[in-house]
Design a binder for this molecule. Structure first.
Ligand code: HMG
Ligand code: MG
Length: 298
């Protein structure tokens, strides 16, 4: 039941960089985005229009976004948490945004200072403005396989909030294993529960690799027919000061696995690999991916 092709959503410039402690020049972020689009990624999440007090690293979004040379056919969504972010994003000329909430009340409170219900209320005017401007909206649900504060999260809770995001007008919902605590069979159970309420072709999976389970989880979910996968080049992400914290599954590792399974992604693995090596050098570290540490095979 595997899909023939998978749409990869590259989240490195946003999810990958948002926790970096050292300031990264805007020009480096721009070059990263250009290289990722150049490697054939169809979606490159570019930045966030969130509070710069909460996420200082992406405080240059209003400067960065308009400076991107957008490649035809590539989408460059940005995160917006509220109307203020949406207005800033519109001003910067975005054509796609992503709103984000969680299946856990405690996590949402820490992340966006709102309950789940309050967050959905905040999104209402955002959705209305998006519709008026012809801007596509993606939705994220965090903590779909566990929460750092509440522990176990019921698949039903994930299904409910996912369905609400779709009803509000999102074209796709990305299911985030924020803390990378999921394992393959749990991931399947959760995805199957959500797919009862939201069509599988509207769902994306978003695994963090904190416990080394991400590729196995992705394979398990592909088996159920999901065909959109979020990933971060070089496995960027996580907090460099928290032991063991890690980023999203690495895009190049996902591409390697999918190619081996005969699933098409449209990505040029050599160019992607070179990008992983380059950005890791820029950040002064080894790539967190497996593939980034070995020469790419021709
Ligand atoms: P708050 O403090 O409750 O907001 O934060 P507020 O509305 O009371 O405003 C406080 C101040 O922030 C005000 O400024 C606002 O103008 C300003 P002041 O009057 O004090 O000078 N402000 C803004 N400035 C710029 N852009 C904005 C904005 N909004 C308010 N959009 C808020 C609430 C939502 C703003 C805050 O909590 C926030 O920005 N949170 C973002 C957190 C975040 O980005 N987290 C990471 C992304 S989510 C993620 O990584 C998970 C994901 O990858 C999936 C997964 O892995 O699960 C997507
Ligand atoms: Mg994430």
């Amino acid at each position: 039941n595997y899909p023939q092709s998978v749409k990869l959503v590259e989240v490195g410039p946003r999810d990958g960089l948002q926790n970096e402690a050292e300031p990264i020049p805007t020009a480096t972020k721009r070059e990263l985005i250009h290289r990722l689009a150049g490697a054939g990624l169809p979606v490159v999440e570019a930045t966030s229009f969130v509070s710069p007090k909460w996420i200082p690293q992406l405080g240059d979004a209003a400067e960065l976004f308009p400076s991107i040379e957008r490649k035809a056919g590539v989408h460059y969504p940005v995160l917006v948490p509220n109307m203020k972010g949406m207005e800033r994003a519109v001003e910067a000329g975005v054509e796609e945004v992503a709103v984000f909430t969680a299946a856990s009340e405690s996590f949402n409170k820490k992340n966006i200072n709102a309950s789940i219900a309050e967050s959905l209320e905040r999104f209402e005017p955002v959705m209305a403005l998006a519709q008026e401007k012809g801007i596509r909206v993606r939705g994220y649900v965090s903590c779909v396989l566990g929460c750092p504060y509440e522990g176990h999260i019921k698949p039903q809770a994930v299904a409910e909030v996912s369905e609400k995001l779709m009803e509000m007008g999102c074209y796709e919902v990305s299911l985030g294993d924020t803390i990378g605590s999921g394992t393959p069979l749990k991931a399947q159970t959760m995805l199957a529960a959500v797919a009862q309420r939201v069509a599988m072709d509207r769902l994306a999976i978003h695994f963090h690799d904190t416990r080394g389970q991400a590729l196995a989880n992705i394979q398990a979910c592909l088996e159920l027919g999901v065909a959109t996968v979020d990933a971060s080049v070089a496995g960027l992400g996580g907090c460099p000061y928290a032991d063991g914290a890690s980023g999203n599954v690495a895009t190049e590792d996902v591409v390697f696995m999918l190619e081996g399974m005969g699933i098409n992604t449209g990505v040029d693995l050599e160019k992607l690999h070179a990008t992983a090596v380059w950005i890791s050098q820029e950040l002064g570290r080894e790539p967190a991916s497996k593939l980034g540490r070995i020469p790419v095979e021709k």
